[in-house]
Design a protein around this ligand. Sequence first.
Ligand SMILES: Nc1ncnc2c1ncn2[C@@H]1O[C@H](COP(=O)(O)OP(=O)(O)O)[C@@H](O)[C@H]1O
Ligand SMILES: Cc1ncsc1CCOP(=O)(O)O
Ligand SMILES: [Mg+2]
Length: 303
Amino acid sequence: MTTASTTPNSDTSNLHEVAPDDPIRERIRQAAQNVREQTPLAQSFTNFVTINLVANAQLAAGGTAAMSFLPNDVTSLASSCGATYINVGTLLPFYRDALQEISEHLSRHGCKWVLDPVAAGVGVARTEILKGFKDYPPTVIRANASEALVLHDMWQLGDAAGTDEHNGPAGVEAADSVDAAITAATDLAAYLALHSPTHTGAVAVSGEVDLVTDGRLVYRLPGGSAMMTKITGAGCSLGGVTATYLAVADPLVASLAASMLYNVSSGAAERASHGPGSFQTAFLDALWNVTPEEIASAPLYLA
Ligand SMILES: Nc1ncnc2c1ncn2[C@@H]1O[C@H](COP(=O)(O)OP(=O)(O)O)[C@@H](O)[C@H]1O
Ligand SMILES: Cc1ncsc1CCOP(=O)(O)O
Ligand SMILES: [Mg+2]
């Protein structure tokens, strides 16, 4: 039993629990079942720290994986795979041109993709890459609260651009609460709904109580395990699994289903482990074993 720091019962008193028979829960269940039955491919251009966990989490969730840093690889697969995942956690000099080419291709060909803006705000190269995505934006942004706030500033989506109160950038970890990023997430999702390759969008902000929004509805997802902050790649792999779900579902349902899968699985892993090493192993096993029904019935609230 891992006791690093179990997640306290988060305050959901001012939220409205989504009923068991709410249609959104059936859409989430169906998406999880479709992933298990269809084994969709979500390709990834992602960082070399967590690339293995991203691929293994996608397979454990029921999908399949293909990782590449070569623009021609990614663009040639873009229309035939279910979705593409781009994560900027580690950068090399050629990435700026490569990601510009890839994001333009995805946009022009109506291809669904997920962005994890890891360490947003750190470094000139990462800032140029993330600013460049505003013109060719993703379908889903999966980030922690500080990354969402910094990206919101970068894309100048605020009323008074560049004035978000935040503590980022803070490397790859969050230095802000999810609550501080509600407006930023909603603005970003509304922007994606207008400008993404499919003119639909969602933003998932992870933390103690996750947030998922399509720019109109704001969902909150308590639960899971704080042990997820003690393994590297929890957020990165959530982005990859979100792309797996995006292959079979709309952005909002894909983001909800992946985050709920992670909360159910990490809770189970915490109960079955005794430290970060066994936690990561137990987490992958839980991703494999959790059922579509368990995912769809996970704690889900409307703000
Ligand atoms: N304090 C926490 N309690 C429960 N789950 C958490 C907590 N912090 C993060 N998580 C979960 O860990 C996963 C990764 O989130 P996070 O650590 O915020 O991403 P990142 O690694 O990109 O910073 C998500 O599924 C999120 O719900
Ligand atoms: C440690 C580190 N450094 C560059 S990318 C990376 C992994 C970040 O993974 P996550 O955002 O899932 O914690
Ligand atoms: Mg991250």
